[in-house]
Design a protein around this ligand. Structure first.
Ligand code: DON
Length: 573
């Protein structure tokens, strides 16, 4: 009898605890799928613009999967976040299905067939800096539309028409611009007028832009409708291709109808690495990001970062020395794998990266001038945007996409209403000459017809124990790799929740120039003094990165990390 009562009591206690747990985890807020910590059960979208995040979640709620939502978000960002969201640019997607299948899609732009190695040099062989940055000649052949067509064809569930429709609505009916966007559009007023004498929706001729003004883009809406009706032919052929080529002729650009017809996104095998028992699935070349990320993780893994602490002087010193070596490798060994034999296997070898750190000295900074790219034995056969998406089944998409600079080349294709990229600047226009991010390169990333320019974009997915753990990525040019790296160690080593890991202040080193860029408040004054005494040149700078990420908690809920450095927003359901 005693025993029965005891069991009964245990049962009551258990029921009580289960009820409390249910309250905490699901029902208390009264919103299905959400718990009191603001975490969501059914899916989540984190992107640079609230309207785009909402589009993605609406697609998920309609029964779309993560890829359907990603395609919808990519097109929506082309409307509501024209700084970097695009159909005239390119990007990379890393995908992981709920069952653990992984894939990577390279929809990076390509150099036109008429491009050549010296196209941005003057008669004396010196780079003409603005030539690869602004105007028609700065544009590569756009990859985003073909990329989205390919992603949807392979993994999409909803119809193509359904996933494009929200972007058409936003372009046609207009959307309310944020305060930040109003400021940017006003700031670029003159430039848009200069590069687009025939007019563009981004120019407000009546007054200045203000927060909540409606931005309507009718020409873009028509282009999106053609893409909706005809798929890739709606962009790479017909009237849109005519408009692109006419625009090129007006501004002496190189992209031809043949270039457009020949553009195809490429499925590639993701780069995979291990870090403290976690599996990192990330982007292979044409991005340098994935390889560099794994190299950084391997370089610091032998050291007790957790014991030293987040942004402690030892932690910063070690990471800077790892970054110095990895970016030296990037400058020499990374380029379009269809044109250059990237020594991927050796760069991803843990022993190689450990050896690269062997000559690092705790007493003093290693001057970058003394660090060359690692010896490879033989040959082997500032504006981008990132979004992270998970769906109800647990499929995950990590996409980083860009026009390169903010609003790309500043050229809007007349009649078609979208901005052209200025991605050609990501090539090494001359060996050793820095690009807009201060990155240098050589033969591996020299310009050649139909070649893809090297990128730093690092869309990534992390697994723990064979299950989805994190979806992560960021814009930021050369700082992309180090921001993704720091976000990952912030969670794994420093045990931060997703939002804190994203918001945490960051720092960056890239071999050349030999300076450590530090976000305001990232390091305390003692750490700065200690590092300066060892010869590190600490340079304060503004925001580093704009990470949008999702973490899956051990309770199976999705935690969003939307970067407070922008208008970014995590929406779950
Ligand atoms: O592909 C790259 O690495 C660059 N075009 C990315 C540009 C970028 O992140 C600018 N954002 N702030």
């Amino acid at each position: 009898m005693q025993k029965t009562i005891k069991h009964h009591n245990n049962y009551l206690t258990l029921t009580f605890f289960l009820m409390v747990a249910a309250l905490i985890n699901g029902c208390a807020s009264g919103q299905l799928g959400k718990n009191n910590s603001g975490e969501f059960k059914n899916g989540m979208v984190v992107s640079a613009h609230p309207e785009a995040s909402q589009v993605g979640v609406d697609i998920l709620k309609k029964g779309g999967n993560a890829v359907d939502a990603a395609v919808a978000v990519q097109f929506a960002l082309a409307v509501v976040y024209p700084n970097a969201g695009n159909i005239g640019g390119g990007g990379f997607m890393v995908y992981r299905s709920a069952a653990g299948e992984t894939n990577a899609l390279d929809f990076r732009e390509k150099a036109a067939a008429a491009a050549n190695r010296d196209m941005y040099l003057d008669a004396a062989g010196n780079p003409i800096v603005d030539k690869s940055l602004y105007g028609h000649l700065a544009a590569g052949v756009p990859g985003s539309v073909d990329g989205m067509v390919e992603a949807h064809k392979k993994y999409g569930k909803l119809s193509w028409a359904q996933v494009i429709q929200p972007a058409i609505d936003l372009a046609e009916k207009g959307f309310k611009i944020t305060k930040r966007q109003a400021g940017e559009l006003n700031g670029l007023h003159r430039n848009f007028m200069d590069f687009n004498p025939l007019g563009t929706a981004f120019v407000n001729l009546e007054s200045t832009w203000k927060e909540n003004d409606l931005l309507v883009q009718n020409e873009l809406a028509n282009t999106l409708k053609l893409i909706q009706q005809k798929g890739r032919d709606g962009f790479y052929g017909g009237s849109v291709a005519d408009s692109i080529v006419a625009e090129m002729q007006r501004g002496k650009g190189l992209v031809t109808k043949e270039d457009l017809k020949n553009y195809h996104a490429v499925w590639r095998k993701p780069v995979v690495g291990q870090y403290r028992g976690y599996k990192i699935i990330t982007m292979p070349p044409t991005s340098s990001g994935g390889i560099a990320l794994i190299q950084l993780l391997q370089s610091v893994e032998p050291y007790p970062l957790k014991k030293w602490g987040h942004n402690a002087d030892s932690t910063v010193q070690l990471i800077v020395e790892a970054e110095r070596r990895v970016y030296a490798d990037r400058a020499t060994h990374l380029g379009d794998p269809d044109f250059y034999a990237v020594p991927q296997k050796q760069l991803l070898n843990a022993e190689y990266n450990k050896n690269r750190m062997a000559n690092f000295n705790w007493a003093a900074a290693t001057p970058s001038s003394s660090v060359l790219a690692g010896e490879i034995a033989g040959k082997e056969h500032e504006e981008t945007t990132h979004f992270s998406i998970v769906d109800r089944e647990g499929n995950a998409v990590s996409i980083t996409t860009t026009l390169n600079g903010s609003y790309g080349s500043l050229v809007v294709v007349k009649g078609a209403g979208f901005l052209l990229n200025n991605e050609m600047d990501d090539f090494s226009v001359k060996p050793g000459a820095p690009n807009m991010y201060g990155l240098v390169g050589g033969e591996a990333n020299a310009i050649a017809p139909n070649k893809r320019m090297l990128s730093s974009m690092t869309p990534s997915i992390v697994e723990k124990g064979g299950k989805l753990f994190m979806v992560v990525g960021t814009p930021g040019g050369s700082t992309i790799i180090t921001s993704v790296f720091q976000t990952i160690i912030n969670v794994i080593d420093f045990e931060m929740p997703m939002q804190a890991a994203v918001a945490a202040k960051k720092f960056h080193h890239q071999w050349l120039p030999d300076e450590v860029y530090v976000e305001k408040g990232a390091l305390d004054s003692l750490a700065v003094k200690t590092l300066e005494a060892k010869g590190y040149k600490i340079v304060p700078r503004g925001a580093i990165g704009r990470v949008d990420a999702i973490l899956k908690t051990k309770w199976g809920y999705y935690q969003g990390g939307a970067d407070p450095r922008g208008d970014d927003k995590a929406i779950g359901y």
